[in-house]
Write a protein that binds this ligand. Structure first.
Ligand SMILES: N[C@@H](CCC(=O)N[C@@H](CS)C(=O)NCC(=O)O)C(=O)O
Length: 201
């Protein structure tokens, strides 16, 4: 059975959310998440949250786990097939969530949680928040009018982005006035029973 190393409100929510959407059995090894003297210090096989163990497979990187789970257990669900015209858009947003939108927010987490001198770093924090807002402005302009990122409906790209939006909301980056489409989309995601369940675990 798939085992997920999980800490509430971290990126491991993505994996539990995906497993719930797919209705797959899994077990959770709950770890206490907290700043350590250096990164890679969490109590998991790789020092980061999430980590996943599935028989012989042991891996880190939430986006890679999403792709692995879908390849192995998805049966064509939650991702356009290779060769489908929507595949490129799907891959683009799947990776945008972690590789573009999260990067400046990671700087905020680092400055606020890991260093003990956040007051002296106010200009750096402001700069990182502004850079994150630019990424969300880019998203807002391209959201289109469908309920989810893909015209065909909910996909794992929404799962990757949903957690990124949780953190953006936590830092007050995506207010409804400036990001109306993202705010409505984020509410739609938050109402999905699989995410509601994942956030109680
Ligand atoms: N790109 C990785 C990032 C993993 C990551 O940084 N996780 C955070 C929690 S959300 C963490 O474990 N931080 C603690 C550390 O860096 O030591 C992923 O998507 O899994």
């Amino acid at each position: 059975m798939i085992k997920v190393y999980h800490a509430p409100r971290t990126r491991s929510v993505r994996i539990l959310w995906l497993l719930e959407e797919l209705g797959l059995p899994y077990e959770i090894e709950k770890v206490a998440f907290g700043p350590k003297p250096k990164p890679f210090g969490q109590d998991t096989p790789f020092g980061k949250v999430p980590a996943l163990v599935d028989g012989e497979v042991s891996m880190f990187e939430s986006g890679a786990m999403v792709e692995y789970i879908l390849e192995r257990y998805g049966n064509g669900r939650l991702a356009p097939a290779v060769g489908d015209p929507e595949r490129a858009t799907y891959l683009q947003w799947l990776h945008f969530s972690e590789s573009t939108a999260f990067v400046p927010m990671s700087a905020v987490v680092w400055l606020k949680l890991y260093r003990k001198d956040a007051e002296q770093q106010a200009d750096l924090i402001k700069d990182a928040i502004e850079r994150a807002a630019v990424a969300f402005e880019f998203l807002e302009a391209r959201m289109g009018d469908h309920d989810y990122l893909l015209a065909s409906g909910f996909s794992a790209a929404d799962i990757m982005l949903g957690l990124t939006l949780n953190i953006a909301k936590m830092f007050n980056i995506i207010d409804e006035e400036h990001f109306p489409k993202i705010a409505a989309y984020h509410k739609r995601l938050a109402a999905r029973p699989a995410l509601v369940k994942a956030q109680t675990l």
